[in-house]
Write a protein that binds this ligand. Structure first.
Ligand SMILES: NC(=O)C1=CN([C@@H]2O[C@H](COP(=O)(O)OP(=O)(O)OC[C@H]3O[C@@H](n4cnc5c(N)ncnc54)[C@H](O)[C@@H]3O)[C@@H](O)[C@H]2O)C=CC1
Ligand SMILES: CC/C=C\C[C@H](O)/C=C/C=C\C=C\C=C\C(=O)[C@@H](O)C/C=C\CCC(=O)O
Length: 261
């Protein structure tokens, strides 16, 4: 998929992995709608990107992805402003084992809603031109840890939902590819939340083991994660793919045993 003239929507695009993905999309001449909860960081991010890539190539929409009406408005505003939608990156995520219900709302429920909204604006079943959805999971779905039980559950859910929706899209000829990205540890503000009791609750006592794993497995840069994201956006062969990005193996794909009785 050549990206000039394409329109992308990135949730959680104001910082961290999302911001790196937004920058990669703009470098490839896509138009980008940055959807994020954080007004201050989002506006600062847009200002910087306008200076780097020129005004009119990206927009910032302050939105809590757990607010269904606001999320729907964000998708519609994106289409109203740029005229179409081709790429949806459901990236927004939190790490909060204390308010674990919120973690499920952001990391899983909103990814499901963002996928369905993406289909409304991209699927051939709605008379649209097709597109691609990338949902962000984590290597936590392959390396469970005692520190993040609910976070881990949400990331498992993202993979299961995305793979099932990829099958539905193929069977229903939606024309929309749905893939999953599973980074290992990445150097962003989220990673530092493991130190905080307000995020980890009673599991904060396991933080030393978590930090040991970070030292053992290494910490990725957001730019490498964005590189993997761009591969899944542009490779039209990929639907239902689960990309893993680790320090030990770099960018690679998880392979599943063929279904058998
Ligand atoms: N940092 C890491 O080690 C890893 C992160 N991930 C996943 O990557 C994604 C991005 O994480 P990071 O960039 O590391 O985090 P981050 O905390 O640096 O950025 C997340 C962005 O999402 C936004 N956000 C949070 N809740 C929101 C909501 N309710 N509505 C709208 N926006 C909201 C935040 O304002 C922030 O700008 C998350 O889904 C995370 O689970 C996956 C594997 C590793
Ligand atoms: C608050 C923290 C937020 C997010 C952190 C992230 O979402 C959680 C990651 C959890 C586990 C990461 C495991 C990383 C494993 C590796 O990097 C691999 O190198 C381990 C060795 C072999 C991988 C084999 C394979 O690819 O299947």
């Amino acid at each position: 998929m050549a990206l000039r003239g394409k329109v992308a929507l990135v949730t959680g695009g104001a910082q961290g992995i999302g911001c790196a993905v937004v920058e990669s999309l703009l470098k490839n001449e896509a138009k980008v709608s940055i959807v994020d909860l954080n007004q201050e960081v989002g506006e600062k991010c847009k200002k910087q990107l306008d200076e780097q890539f020129g005004v009119g190539n990206c927009s910032f929409i302050q939105c809590d992805v757990t607010d269904a009406a606001k999320l729907q408005e964000a998708f519609q505003s994106t289409v109203d402003q740029f005229g179409r939608l081709d790429i949806v990156i459901n990236n927004a995520g939190i790490n909060n084992e204390k308010n674990w219900e919120k973690t499920i709302e952001v990391n899983l429920t909103s990814v499901i809603k963002g996928t369905y909204l993406g289909l409304e604006h991209m699927s051939k079943e709605h008379g649209k031109q097709g597109g691609v959805v990338i949902n962000v999971s984590s290597m936590a779905a392959f390396f469970h840890s005692p520190h993040q039980p609910v976070y881990t559950a949400t990331k498992h859910g993202v993979i299961g939902f995305s793979r099932a929706m990829a099958d539905a899209s193929e069977h229903g000829d939606y024309g929309v590819r749905i893939n999953t990205l599973c980074p290992a540890f990445v150097d962003t503000p989220l990673l530092h939340s493991v130190e905080l009791e307000e995020n980890m609750g009673k599991f904060v006592k396991f933080k030393d083991d978590f930090k040991h794993r970070m030292r053992k497995f290494g910490v990725l840069t957001p730019s490498l994660v964005a590189e993997g994201m761009m591969m899944m956006i542009t490779d039209s062969r990929l639907n239902g793919a689960v990309m893993k990005i680790t320090c030990s193996k770099g960018i690679h794909y998880h392979t599943y045993e063929p279904l058998s009785a």
